[in-house]
Design a protein around this ligand. Structure first.
Ligand SMILES: *Cc1c(COP(=O)(O)O)cnc(C)c1O
Length: 371
């Protein structure tokens, strides 16, 4: 089945009580046993619950994985991968990546003996050089946050497998519609479902999808159900509802992003546009090979430094200055000030999440905001 069909049909549930077309919301923490004392499929909702199960099945199908586990946030999903590594291991991570993932690796888990090497993954040679005897994970994020660097997923998976490590890909920005890391050899896909999958900026969630059943799946499953960082039934219901329109939203938002990137690329007030859809982008070729389209996220560096970048955010009317991304509404964010004093984002960088408003209005807004 095509993604458009899967997105809708995989999030429906046959309702034997009333024939509801939309899946009922099962707000129950516990489930009655059979008369003979045996348990039914569901026992207690931390371990497994109907709305979560439906969401997980849908995510596994969309990413082409064997199994999926849903979490209370993207960070909880990333944390589960890192916890599954065990103490004293080494991770190779991108120098440009979601700030929270890097904080988990470098700060939160440092006391547990996690070692991290951050390298520029656009060149696989840098990754090979960073390998240590205890390297167990290559963590990839492509396109990356906030500089839209593109990493060759197949190359990363190959390097990982040569040393008996695993390759996990944060696929939040590309979504399963535009990029399929498991088909390229990755072992785990991570999502912040808070973003495009839910698509309406009203629910937090995360997920891990694994290519195979096995040791890693068992460990992650245990961390999910025993650790308990699980999403509520309503959270799962909302994400599943978002998934139904995911293919259409992502395609329309990507089309607009390409037009906005082209407009900004030609604008004299802009120093540089980071968007892998532009042929001038250093990762354009790799992105063309591993992505179906180039996505709806871009960053720009504004001439005039931080002061001017912040002034642009206040002049924009249709791009709300707020963090997060992937919703129907367009957002702009000065990354450096939201990441705080240890941020490595350029001072004049603005990250843009292109929404579903009409592209002519969005371009006009940037035209009036850039002096
Ligand atoms: C938002 C985001 C995360 C973290 O997800 P939360 O749901 O906020 O915990 C991780 N990676 C990327 C690329 C993100 O955009």
């Amino acid at each position: 089945m095509h993604p458009e069909t899967l997105a809708i049909r995989s999030t429906m549930l046959e309702d034997h009580n009333f024939g509801a077309v939309v899946p009922p919301l099962y707000l129950t923490t516990t489930f009655e046993r059979n008369p003979d004392g045996s348990v039914r499929p569901y026992v207690y909702s931390r371990a497994e619950a109907p709305n979560r199960h439906l969401l997980e099945k849908s995510l596994a199908l969309l990413e082409g994985g064997a199994v999926a586990y849903a979490f209370a946030s993207g960070q909880a999903a990333t944390f589960a991968v890192l916890q599954a590594l065990g103490a004293g291991t080494h991770v190779i991570a991108p120098d440009d990546a979601y700030y929270g993932s890097l904080v988990l690796m470098q700060d939160t888990l440092a006391d547990w003996g996690l070692e991290v090497s951050r390298v520029n993954m656009t060149d696989p040679a840098n990754v090979k050089r960073a390998i240590q005897p205890n390297t167990k994970l290559i963590w990839v994020e492509t396109p990356s946050n906030p500089r839209l660097q593109v990493t060759d997923i197949a190359a990363m998976a190959q390097i990982a497998h040569e040393i008996g490590a695993i390759c996990a890909v944060d696929n939040t920005w590309a979504t399963p519609i535009l990029q399929s890391p498991l088909a390229l050899g990755a072992d785990i896909v991570m999502h912040s479902t808070t973003k495009y999958l839910s698509g309406h900026s009203d629910v937090l969630g995360g997920a891990l999808i694994l290519r195979e059943q096995g040791t890693w799946a068992s460990k992650i499953h245990a961390i999910q159900k025993v650790g308990g960082a699980v999403p509520s039934p309503f959270d799962c219901w909302l994400v599943a509802r978002g998934i139904r329109t995911l293919p259409l939203r992502v395609k329309a938002q990507t089309e607009s992003a390409m037009k906005l990137a082209t407009f900004l690329h030609e604008h004299p007030a802009i120093e540089v546009v980071h968007y892998p859809g532009l042929s001038s982008h250093p990762g354009h070729l790799v992105a063309s090979q591993q992505m179906r389209l180039f996505g709806a996220m871009l960053s720009v560096q504004v001439k005039g430094g931080e002061t001017e970048a912040l002034a642009v955010t206040s002049r924009l009317k249709l791009f709300t200055h707020a963090t997060s991304l992937g919703g129907v509404e367009s957002l702009v964010e000065h990354r450096r000030s939201s990441e705080g004093p240890t941020s490595q984002s350029p001072a004049n960088l603005l990250r843009i999440s292109v929404g579903l408003e009409h592209i002519a209005d969005l371009i006009e807004d940037w035209a009036q905001a850039l002096l």
